[in-house]
Design a binder for this molecule. Structure first.
Ligand code: G1P
Length: 287
């Protein structure tokens, strides 16, 4: 079955970016001039996703407004002949059918994904986390969707992160082979270095079968006292095959301040309209 639906959980408080995230959703913080969540929506659209569900929460209506049309603004831009600006305002949803649901309690990523149960129904679906922005030739989620079409099983997007970083991620124990697709034997959410089965981390992209919802309903609180998606995936792996796919592309952790700065600098350097001027400025700094 083709993967047509994607879910972006965007309900968290974003405490790592306080005070910026006191009144502005962290997903709306711009990398150059584009909110982080729009890059994720663009990746979904580029991969052929048709329906997108964004899980929001209280105080995060700016996300909903961003993906809506802005009639007053767009009328003024149209009258003023500001075509480029009008395009920038109008072209945010990239043809996706976008809907929203609110998670009304902060119970963790697993609970947020469970809020997508009715939207997803009985189809495989993509999960894309807003903190992870991936650049590269092929959209990251599209690579996982391609693998899903071959194996009809859950596929987790992974890359190696180095032993020193394992405690920040869901870490996968998988069967070694030569290709990029590995069968998953186990997973653990944010292990200590000494308990980590490998340094292969789940980096915010998943294609999951709907059987996960039954697992999520049975998942107890785990790491950080939250209902973890990784724990539900462990249960799922006991019932059916789960694979990890080492995707191609460069991944930025924009949930981390340094990662956010790296993305900002590199995205600005890659821009046709800004790259040269910004490069000259960086060269002029006495570092
Ligand atoms: C979440 C997941 C974790 C995954 C990570 C990727 O953690 O729980 O398994 O490795 O995203 O960024 P978070 O960063 O939201 O704490």
């Amino acid at each position: 079955m083709k993967v047509r639906k994607a879910v972006i959980p965007a309900a968290g408080f974003g405490t790592r970016f306080l005070p910026a995230t006191k009144a502005v959703p962290k997903e709306m913080l711009p990398i150059v001039d584009t909110p982080a969540i729009q890059y994720i929506a663009e990746e979904a659209a580029a991969a052929g996703i048709e329906d997108l569900l964004i899980i929001t929460s209280r105080g995060k209506d700016a996300i909903i407004n961003h993906f809506d049309s802005a009639f007053e603004l767009e009328t003024v831009l149209e009258r003023g002949g500001k075509t480029e600006m009008l395009k920038a305002s109008k072209n945010v949803s990239k043809g996706l059918n976008i809907c929203f649901v609110r998670q009304n309690e902060q119970k963790g990523l697993g609970h947020a994904v469970l809020c997508a149960k009715n939207f997803v129904g009985n189809e495989p679906f993509a999960v894309m986390l807003g903190d992870d922005i991936v650049t590269g030739e092929k959209p990251c989620i599209g690579q996982l969707m391609e693998q899903y079409e071959k194996c009809s099983s859950t596929v987790l997007g992974v890359q190696r992160v180095g032993k020193e970083n394992v405690s920040k991620y869901g870490i996968v124990d998988c069967e070694e082979d030569n290709g990029r697709l590995h069968k998953v034997k186990g997973m653990v959410e944010k292990p200590q270095i000494s308990d980590a089965p490998s340094d292969v981390a789940i980096l915010g992209r998943y294609v999951i079968t709907p059987a996960v919802f039954d697992c999520l309903e049975k998942t107890q609180k785990g790491a950080g006292g939250e209902i973890q998606l990784t724990d539900a995936l462990v249960m799922l792996a006991e019932r059916e095959n789960v694979y990890a796919y080492e995707f191609e592309g460069k991944r930025y952790d924009t949930g981390d301040k340094l990662g956010f700065l790296r993305a900002t600098v590199e995205f600005a350097l890659a821009r046709e309209d800004l790259g040269n001027g910004f490069r000259e400025y960086l060269k002029s700094l006495d570092l």
